[in-house]
Ligand binder design. Structure first.
Ligand SMILES: NC(=O)C1=CN([C@@H]2O[C@H](COP(=O)(O)OP(=O)(O)OC[C@H]3O[C@@H](n4cnc5c(N)ncnc54)[C@H](OP(=O)(O)O)[C@@H]3O)[C@@H](O)[C@H]2O)[C@H](O)CC1
Ligand SMILES: [K+]
Length: 489
């Protein structure tokens, strides 16, 4: 997994990397710009779309100038919007690329810019070199850039966004942010989602020895990390190997949550799924999910199950005794979600009974009730880290970039998923997936990472054809495609 570095560390990395690799910063700029252009070409933006590139005086602007030159090689009409006073204000690498601009590129003073109705705006005004509060001239430029109605693509970070803290005020609102090497911490904070748009991270040769030497407790979970986290099964495997899991949840009017959870566990690969619920509701499960078994009345024998998932749609009335008994009887890691978490929040004496390395999956509301209130997401992530370490639990804080806090202090930021997944039942699907992996004998950390990643990826696949019409069942229906696309048998 790739480490996520802070803005200050990026500076350190740059200097160290150049020293150790013998590469020049100009070579690195060319590499970053080429990676950007490869991504740009993959999007198949119309060649008719004029491309405006807002260029600042630092190396972010230098990237923009190199991108401009490279894009003309692919017949795009490119305009440079000068957001710096004069060439003598440019960094040396930016100046080099300014002088290499082909004559076909028109260079406009920012003040002379007539906002076009459409097209593409590449924002290479300010990158990670932003220091302190924005100066008034920069604020004016950003406000103007935000009046553009076409597609806005920010280079490395949306201009005006600070790398390591919560930013407020004037920041470019991008449709896409194309960040180099690894995401900067601020790009994954929900407070910045409206500025970052869709985040794309492009690999550049910055990740050698110098990068290895820098410490961070934040990691980024991507496609290529996933296959190694999975267990493999052979042709002698039988349904018992694929795990026997118990899902406890549902209540009158909320049986859908348990059903989604069960279906998702089955699609994830569980061999045997049993749902435990109130007597009155058992027919619903038996009808909706014929592959699952139903249990009601007496508490099922925990010895029989490889893992347990508790909470979806469960309600909190008269549940404490049952939850306590599960926690006492079941010694292996379990998954706790939704009302299971609300019960823990109201009965903190139960927390020490939760088996070590269990996976808790709160959304922000549940997190606040269970762990505490934070004034911003950075603070919340710090609370999450402490909670996971102190209680030796895995805490999956759900959101646009779900963060998995591990008992050893690492915090893993998920890269899959999108805005269309914010729909009822999406969390129940995740609970089914993680419980399923635990039941298959995955180490709890791998179960949480695989569950979160495949869940997000299934949502991405489903939303290609569903967009805002996406419902939780569509995520379940796309789980098989995640295995196919990642070549997992
Ligand atoms: N290591 C990498 O990953 C690579 C990074 N690249 C790109 O480089 C930028 C970082 O470049 P840097 O030159 O360090 O800084 P920026 O271009 O982001 O910013 C410097 C310019 O910003 C102006 N500035 C700074 N603070 C303010 C402010 N408060 N208000 C207004 N303007 C501000 C500054 O102006 P000065 O007059 O103060 O000097 C500069 O003009 C990184 O983000 C990547 O895009 C490489 O190209 C590839 C490898
Ligand atoms: K930028």
């Amino acid at each position: 997994m790739q480490k996520i570095l802070s803005g200050i560390q990026v500076k350190e990395l740059d200097a160290q990397h150049l020293k150790l690799s013998g590469k020049s910063s100009l070579e690195l700029m060319e590499e970053a710009s080429k990676a950007f252009v490869s991504w740009f070409l993959e999007q198949e933006f119309s060649i008719e779309s004029p491309v405006q590139i807002a260029v600042g005086g630092g190396n972010n602007g230098g990237d923009g100038l190199a991108i401009a030159r490279l894009l003309t090689e692919y017949s795009y009409s490119v305009f440079i919007l000068k957001c710096f006073d004069s060439a003598d204000k440019l960094s040396s690498d930016a100046l080099f690329n300014f002088n290499k601009l082909p004559d076909s590129i028109q260079v406009l003073e920012f003040v002379d810019w007539d906002l076009p109705e459409n097209g593409i705006l590449i924002d290479a005004f300010l990158g990670v070199g932003l220091k302190g509060d924005l100066r008034p001239d920069a604020i004016k430029i950003i406000q103007r850039l935000n009046e553009f109605v076409g597609t806005v693509i920010s280079v490395d970070v949306p201009s005006g966004l600070a790398s390591d803290e919560i930013s407020r005020g004037d920041i470019v609102k991008a449709d896409f942010t194309i960040s180099f090497a690894f995401p900067k911490l601020s790009l994954i904070l929900p407070e910045h989602a409206e500025f970052v748009g869709e985040l794309v991270v492009l690999k550049i040769g910055l990740l050698g020895e110098a990068y290895e030497g820098l410490h961070s407790s934040f990691y980024y979970l991507e496609n290529h990390d996933i296959p190694a986290l999975h267990k493999t099964f052979n042709r002698f495997s039988y349904k018992g190997d694929m795990g026997k899991i118990l899902l406890v949840g549902g209540s009158p009017g909320k049986m859908g949550a348990l059903i989604l959870c069960a279906k998702s566990a089955l699609r994830t690969g569980s061999g045997l799924v049993t749902c435990h619920m109130e007597d009155s509701e058992r027919f619903i499960v038996q009808t909706a999910v014929p592959e699952a078994m139903a249990s009601w009345g007496l508490i099922p024998n925990p010895e029989f199950y490889d893992s347990v998932g508790i909470g979806p749609g469960w309600g909190t009335e008269n549940r404490v005794r049952l939850l306590k008994q599960f926690l006492q009887d079941f010694k292996k890691p379990i998954v706790i979600d939704a009302d299971g978490l609300n019960l823990l929040a109201r009965n903190p004496d139960l927390l020490p009974l939760v088996p070590k390395n269990s996976v808790l999956t709160p959304h922000i509301g549940e997190f606040t009730r269970l762990v505490g209130k934070a004034t911003n997401h950075l603070e919340r992530l710090e609370l999450a880290k402490r909670f996971a370490m102190d209680n030796e639990l895995i805490l999956v804080l759900k959101g646009a970039n779900t963060v998995i806090s591990l008992p050893d202090g690492r915090q893993v930021v998920n890269s899959s998923g999108n805005k269309y997944m914010a729909t009822g039942g999406s969390g129940d699907v995740l609970t089914g997936m993680i419980t399923s992996y635990l039941g298959m004998g995955y180490a709890p950390e791998n179960a949480a990472l695989c569950g979160v990643f495949h869940h997000g990826m299934a949502g991405e696949i489903a939303s290609k054809s569903k967009r805002r019409s996406l419902i939780a069942s569509d995520i379940i229906a796309s789980i098989p495609d995640t295995y196919i696309q990642l070549d997992i048998s």
